[in-house]
Design a binder for this molecule. Structure first.
Ligand SMILES: O=C[C@H](O)COP(=O)(O)O
Length: 252
C-alpha cells in the first residue's frame, strides 16, 4: 500500500518571516490529518527556520534542488549534507524549471539522485513533456527517456523509495490541468517503464505524483486514479488554506 504524498513546492517565494507564518498556520490546519504524508519545500534560506517550527508536527520538509558533491569549491551551490543537516527528508530533483533555466540534464539529475540516496535523502524526481512534445505525440518517449536517464545505475532497493512527479510542462502555473484520465495514463506508463527497468514489485512501491495547476477543486479527481499517489503543488501551496484543502481532500 503506497502512502499518498501531498508536497508543496514553494519555488522562489517567501522570506523567512513569511515562511514561518505559512507553516505555523498550515500545521494547525492539518494537525488531525492521517494517512497522507505532507511535505513542504521552501527556498533554501527558510529551510532551517521552517524545520524548527515543524519540529513537533507531522509535516516534513524537502529542498527544491541540491548539488551532488558533499562539499567543495562550488560557489552558490548547496550540498546534500547541508540539506540533511537542517532536517530535510526529501529533495526535488530535475524540476522542469531547473531543466529549462539552469541547464539540468538527465545526466546531472542522475548524479544528484545517486548523491541524494547516498546521503539518506529521498529524491522527488520530476519528469514531463513540453506542449510541442505532447502535440507531436512524444509524451511517452519523453518521460521514458527522462526516467531511464535519471535512474541509470540506481539499484532497485533505492528506486522503491523514490518519489516521481509527473509534471506536464504546459500545465505548470498555467491553470491548465491534464485531465484525470490523461494524467493517469502517463503515470501508469511511467510505472510500466520502472517495471521494465526493475521488477513489477519495485514499480508498485514507487510513489508517483501528478503536478501542474493542482488546486483544491481538482485534487479529488486526480486522487481517484489508481496510479496517482499524490500531488506536487506549486502556486496553491503558497497559501495555508488552499494547501490544507488539498491535503484534506479525503476528509472534506
Ligand atoms: O512543482 C510544482 C509544479 O511546478 C506545479 O506548479 P503549479 O501548481 O503552480 O502549476
Amino acid at each position: 500500500m503506497r502512502v499518498p504524498i501531498i508536497a508543496g513546492n514553494w519555488k522562489m517565494f517567501k522570506t523567512v518571516e513569511e515562511a514561518i507564518a505559512l507553516v505555523s498556520e498550515l500545521s494547525k490546519k492539518v494537525q488531525d490529518v492521517e494517512g497522507v504524508e505532507i511535505v513542504v519545500c521552501p527556498p533554501f534560506t527558510a529551510l532551517d527556520a521552517v524545520n524548527e517550527v515543524l519540529n513537533d508536527s507531522q509535516i516534513v520538509t524537502g529542498a527544491q534542488n541540491m548539488f551532488w558533491a558533499k562539499e567543495g569549491a562550488y560557489t552558490g551551490e548547496v550540498s546534500p549534507v547541508m540539506i540533511k543537516n537542517v532536517g530535510c527528508k526529501y529533495v526535488i530533483l530535475g524540476h522542469s524549471e531547473r531543466r529549462e533555466y539552469f541547464g539540468e540534464t538527465d545526466e546531472t539529475i542522475n548524479k544528484k539522485i545517486k548523491s541524494a540516496f547516498e546521503h539518506a535523502l529521498i529524491p522527488i524526481l520530476c519528469v514531463g513533456e513540453k506542449l510541442e512534445q505532447r502535440e507531436a505525440g512524444l509524451t511517452e518517449q519523453v518521460v521514458r527517456t527522462q526516467t531511464e536517464g535519471a535512474l541509470a545505475g540506481i539499484p532497485a532497493g533505492q528506486v522503491s523509495q523514490l518519489v516521481i512527479a509527473y509534471e506536464p510542462v504546459w500545465a505548470i502555473g498555467t491553470g491548465k490541468t491534464a485531465s484525470d484520465e490523461d494524467a493517469q495514463k502517463v503515470v501508469a506508463y511511467i510505472r510500466k517503464v520502472i517495471a521494465e527497468l526493475y521488477e513489477a514489485d519495485t514499480a508498485q512501491q514507487v510513489r508517483i505524483l501528478y503536478g501542474g495547476s493542482v488546486k483544491p477543486e481538482n485534487i479529488a479527481g486526480l486522487m481517484k486514479q489508481p496510479d496517482i499517489d499524490g500531488a506536487l503543488v506549486g502556486g496553491a501551496s503558497l497559501d495555508a488554506e488552499s494547501f490544507a484543502r488539498i491535503v484534506r481532500f479525503k476528509w472534506r
